[in-house]
Design a protein around this ligand. Structure first.
Ligand code: AMP
Length: 220
């Protein structure tokens, strides 16, 4: 199984990619993680990527394409995988196609997690964390026992991360819609797109993804 997961920030893409990894034994390739690791190690790619990642902007295509291509050209290249956060632009999708073709690997499907903007803003801007243990709370779906305070550190007042504030979430969504939306028709035309409603609880969404992948396999 070789999958790409596409979805807006806050759609639960990372959570679903982890579940797919565990259930189907796939390699989880998250370009956000690869970039953060390169930055931490201070590699040349990490140094170039740092200002973009810090500013919430997309890293230039050539840089992220090269990191992914390197990963697939290594002797221990992933055979079965789920891509999380890549490709994010049409240029990246084309570059990824050439790497896969060169490696003789074909895609099984592209799962598109759909969540409307209002739901994302509600989810992400309702997220508060404990400054001491980082436990996340969600005001609507997972509130703390005592409003505004951590369950484990009752003296700690919950805080909100700066990039989870409503205006920042809306900006991240704008970047997503402007750059990633072109991937939808690109993969749909090739019969690879599987649309899944990313609303509801984690398990329900996971089953919907499994079903969509299965149906796609029967058709193709
Ligand atoms: P993520 O963890 O997927 O939200 O990615 C964190 C940050 O890494 C993004 O805000 C971008 O700055 C950068 N990034 C990750 N994947 C890509 C990509 N495919 N193209 C460009 N930038 C990326």
């Amino acid at each position: 199984m070789r999958l790409i997961l596409i979805g807006p920030p806050g759609s639960g893409k990372g959570t679903q990619a982890k579940l797919l990894t565990q259930h189907l034994g796939l390699a989880h390739i998250a370009t956000g993680d690869i970039l953060r690791e390169a930055i931490r190690l201070g590699t040349p790619a990490g140094k170039k990527a740092e200002p973009y990642v810090k500013g919430g902007q997309l890293v230039p295509d050539e840089l992220v394409n090269e990191l992914v291509a390197d990963r697939f050209r290594r002797p221990d290249r992933p055979e079965r995988f789920v891509m999380d956060g890549y490709p994010r632009t049409l240029a990246q999708a084309r570059a990824f196609d050439s790497v896969l073709a060169e490696q003789g690997l074909n895609l099984s499907g592209v799962v598109y997690l759909e969540v409307d903007d209002e739901e994302i803003v509600r989810r992400v801007s309702g997220r508060w964390i404990c400054p001491k243990c980082q436990t996340p709370y969600q005001l609507q779906s997972h509130p703390p026992r005592k409003p505004g305070y951590c369950d484990y550190h009752p003296e700690e007042k919950l805080i909100q991360r700066p990039d989870d504030r409503e205006e920042t979430v809306r900006e991240r969504l704008r970047v997503y819609r402007a750059s990633t939306v072109e991937l939808i028709p690109y993969y749909r035309q090739r019969g690879l797109l599987r649309e899944v409603l990313g609303q509801g609880d984690v398990e329900t969404i996971f089953h919907a993804i499994e079903k969509a992948i299965q149906e796609g396999r029967q058709e193709g």
